[in-house]
Ligand binder design. Structure first.
Ligand SMILES: [Fe+2]
Length: 294
């Protein structure tokens, strides 16, 4: 089948687009797939896959605490076996996302926003990686929610693609250019290189992927004026829309799995116990577009 994501395939695009949009609005109450800790039910795994096939993400809930081993085992049921490490992940490639910032009176240059109580703006994970080693999916699991705040807000990047293409196909043309977004090399890291890449690209399995960050520092955009216009247009949609965006406040033992969609996090305040989320990233995505899941 011709890719609906290429501008020249308008007929295929319209067919795909209309089907995609017909899945909205979503009833959020039916969106949490519940699992028993001892038996990971195959029917429920298929239900998760079915939701992810439609929306590129889904929420799950377990009855009680999971160990790191349980988390990896759960992921393996979704064929997520190729986890990716990063500077802050542990030996199991799990990132323990919690507030690690220094007390306010201490000035530190090493503060890294995910590991603070601050708001994290819209992005896809690993936008600073080249497309050959991109992050295709991730799991975010809540061990301990914050006392207040810390909501995750999600938007399927395929919906963003539709919104942009319907408004102006030239925006897609620009965002698919291979050098549109450049991340300069990190002077603090040995062997670091500058990375250039597109915002949207079609991978070897014909899936649409997105590399994006709304941060302003350490990003060099080509066609900066046009990009500003596109970003303003994107944010007008993201910030106002409620039909396609999801706001989640993950509870203990809940999490979500996503094919690296657009997401952000609100700021939060810790209680006695610090908010703790576990994240595992993967180099493959969840599900195949044509998988025969009933
Ligand atoms: Fe993220």
């Amino acid at each position: 089948m011709k890719s609906p994501f290429l501008l020249e395939n308008q007929e295929e695009y319209l067919e795909w687009r209309n089907f995609k949009l017909s899945q909205y609005p979503v009833c959020q109450e039916n969106f949490i797939v519940k699992f028993n800790n001892n038996i990971i039910d195959k029917g429920n795994i298929n239900l998760l896959k079915k939701l992810i096939k439609k929306y590129n993400f889904a929420i799950y809930e377990f009855e009680s605490k999971l160990t790191d081993y349980d988390l990896h085992n759960f992921c393996s049921k979704l064929d997520l076996n190729k986890s990716i490490s990063n500077l802050f992940s542990d030996s199991e490639n799990i990132s323990n996302i919690t507030n690690k910032s220094e007390p306010k009176n201490k000035i530190t240059n090493s503060e890294y926003i995910p590991y603070t109580e601050k708001r994290l703006n819209w992005h896809t994970d690993g936008y600073y990686y080249p497309t050959e080693s991109s992050i295709k999916s991730f799991l975010l699991h809540c061990v301990q929610p914050a006392k207040k705040g810390g909501e995750n807000i999600l938007l399927d990047h395929e919906i963003m693609y539709i919104y942009l293409r319907d408004h102006n196909p030239d925006y897609i043309n620009i965002l698919m250019q291979k050098n549109i977004m450049k991340i300069p090399k990190n002077k603090n890291l040995k062997d670091s290189n500058a990375i250039s890449g597109p915002v949207f690209y079609i991978d070897e399995n014909n899936f649409l992927n997105m590399r994006f960050t709304s941060r302003e520092q350490n990003i060099i955009w080509q066609k900066n004026d046009t990009i500003k216009k596109i970003k303003d247009f994107m944010f007008s949609f993201i910030n106002e829309d409620t039909k396609y965006t999801f706001k989640l406040l993950l509870q203990e033992n809940q999490g979500y799995l996503a094919n690296n969609i657009l997401h952000k996090r609100e700021s939060y305040i810790d209680g006695k116990k610090k908010r703790l989320l576990k994240r595992i990233r993967f180099s493959n995505r969840i599900g195949k577009r044509n998988a025969n899941i009933e």
